[in-house]
Design a protein around this ligand. Sequence first.
Ligand code: FCB
Length: 483
Amino acid sequence: MTFLDTPAQATTAAVFPPDFLWGASTAAYQIEGAVAEDGRSPSIWDTFARVPGAIVNGDSGEVACDHYHRMPEDVALMRSLNLGGYRFSVAWPRVRPDGGPVNQTGLDFYRRLVDELLGAGIRPWLTLYHWDLPQTLEDAGGWTSRDTAYRFAEYALSVYDALGDRVPVWTTLNEPWCSAFLGYTGGQHAPGRQEGAAGLVAAHHLLLGHGLVVDELRRRGTTADLGITLNLTVADPHDPEDPRDRDAARRIDALHNRLFLDPVLSGRYPADLLGDTEDLTWNGRGWQAVVHDGDLRLIGTPLDLLGVNYYKGDSVSAHPDPAAGTPHAGLATRPTSTPFVGCEDVTFPGRGLPVTDMGWEVQPEGLTRLLRRLDADYDVPPIHITENGSAYDDVVGPDGRVDDPGRVAYLESHLRSVHAAIRAGVDVRGYFAWSLLDNFEWAWGYGQRFGLVHVDYDTQARTPKTSALVYADIAATGRLGGG
Ligand code: FCB
């Protein structure tokens, strides 16, 4: 069987299981705005947004999609698109400003959101951390400080106390790879630190925070489903015959994928990664000294689901690539470093595949391979695709419509890849498109539009794009293609 999307397959119908969950994702800082309202304190992204050259065009999440004030209208929009699930994140600095005591007014926003979703028949899918650490906690060391994991657990439990009875799915972290390595090694994301092994230290403390929360919710006998969302890549050697490229691909797979998958699903760090990084130090000692006895047992607490975010795979080489800049550098002007600590020699040459506006290669077959690999290599709990999507420079046409054929093709080809994995026996139970709305795309600012729904940032008008209408139809019928 081939898992490539051949033209023949594209004309046949892909029929998904009847209870497959169709949703869309967002994140607090990317859509809410209202950064100084109702007691919210600054997060690391508010601070980072003021650093010259850190974000394209000097953009910030100050207003974003004004979702904080337009939430009921946005939930009505979700309903009109037949969404069965909505994945959102809670802003830590709203709920525990400065990492301090609980702010009921901040929690109230999420109480209202959950009520609104339940009233609309949409399943709330809550992410506890989508990158907005209270700045005060960063000032005390951020994720390089072990204490931050305990503050995270404290915050998470206060959200659970308020919403645990009504939210059926709780995921701890979104993409800890980004928080750790773009935040503390590469400096492309807040807090913008470029401190080598700090990324590994931050990764461990993020995972510890995850483990503390899952362990405590299990002790409380929660009936909710618990999970984590990881952004995973498919690391292919640029030249499969070249042993150096093969080894580079192994190292990137270790740092990007297995550093998170192995402890969460098997309770240990990968031996090859520990070997690759044994000389990297933190505070004068090997970075591994931050791993305390008992941490991996907590981190490996069994989960009910794994969230997978997939945008593209990587072609990996150990040879210089004259066309390549710093990996993940984007278009911001502030200098950054490679996020792949210990892999400073590694390059990511292009393969000549079509690219989205982010410059990311469109590689749908990688998603099928990734899902099959998770199934083969791990005792993996049921999988949901918690993010997948594409950025294109969409414009509102004279007729008021937003036609986005590139996004429609991306969506359909990736859904076919998910379908191929299900056919091959992988337990995939849902798909969340990134994103419901155009929004603040981190260091890329508002220039990159990932939404199914177009947002006019001057008027805050929402216009469902063609892709939204196509997706609404798939969500209603559970099938695509085949007439
Ligand atoms: C992911 C993030 C999400 C969004 C997409 C494009 O890495 O989780 O917030 O920015 O990329």
